[in-house]
Design a protein around this ligand. Structure first.
Ligand SMILES: [Zn+2]
Ligand SMILES: [Zn+2]
Length: 221
């Protein structure tokens, strides 16, 4: 037997979405699902990265919003197909069932400035390593080092120089990420012959592990 009467409204219909006619299904969807009118997105004043929660950082606006569309709790609970379109200051979502559009929603995206955790660390001089260059450092070499640090920053958010200290005998670089510091050492050792010394200073305990600050002293030979 072919069902032709909607059990909810009693209208005759050929299209059933789950148990009800399209109108009833849509009405039920609108009553049940509350999509926010707007969301806030935070943009770091220093590194221009984006965050939705101020916790996780994304390299771009699109990346942040695609994460939102995949992981936002309300969307996950909606058992319909979803099409997301990301625009400059809004997201448009189409909800579908069997290719029939059930509803279209727009969420306004409001951008707000903030300072991300990593830039706050950088600004406060955070370091995992200090590189002591004990020779006359050319602008060119310093530029190359900065390029390495910036390049690695795309994947390692702690890859930054939080302080450049000029001294009589050379310069000190405060590096946020240990692995970046060792990459710099590796790079310099290929530029010209060097000798180096690494010393480790215990600076604290984090999650039961001893945390050391590595000081890498580099001389030309
Ligand atoms: Zn109906
Ligand atoms: Zn930042």
């Amino acid at each position: 037997m072919i069902r032709t009467i909607c059990p909810k409204c009693g209208k005759e219909t050929k299209i059933f979405i789950e148990k009800f006619c399209l109108d009833c299904f849509r009405r039920d969807f609108e009553n049940r699902i509350k999509i926010p009118k707007f969301i806030s997105i935070y943009k770091c004043k220093y590194c221009n990265r984006y965050s939705l929660s101020k916790k996780y950082l994304f390299n771009s606006y699109e990346e942040a919003l695609s994460h939102f569309s995949l992981h936002y709790d309300i969307f996950k609970k909606i058992n319909l197909d979803k099409n997301f379109e990301i625009f400059e200051n809004r997201i448009s979502i189409t909800f579908l069932k069997n290719n029939i559009i059930i509803s279209k929603k727009e969420i306004e995206v409001r951008e707000k400035p903030f300072v991300c955790k990593f830039c706050a660390m950088k600004n406060s001089g955070y370091k995992q390593a200090i590189i002591q260059l004990r020779f006359e450092v050319s602008e060119e070499l310093l530029k190359k080092i900065q390029n390495i640090v910036e390049k690695r920053n795309k994947t390692d958010f702690l890859s930054f120089i939080s302080k450049i200290e000029k001294r009589k005998e050379g310069i000190d670089l405060y590096i946020g990420s240990k692995s970046t510091a060792y990459e710099i050492l590796n790079f310099i050792s290929k530029e010209f012959p060097i000798e180096y010394k690494i010393s480790k200073t215990l600076v604290g305990i984090k999650e039961g592990k001893k945390v050391y600050l590595d000081t890498i002293l580099i001389r030309k030979i």
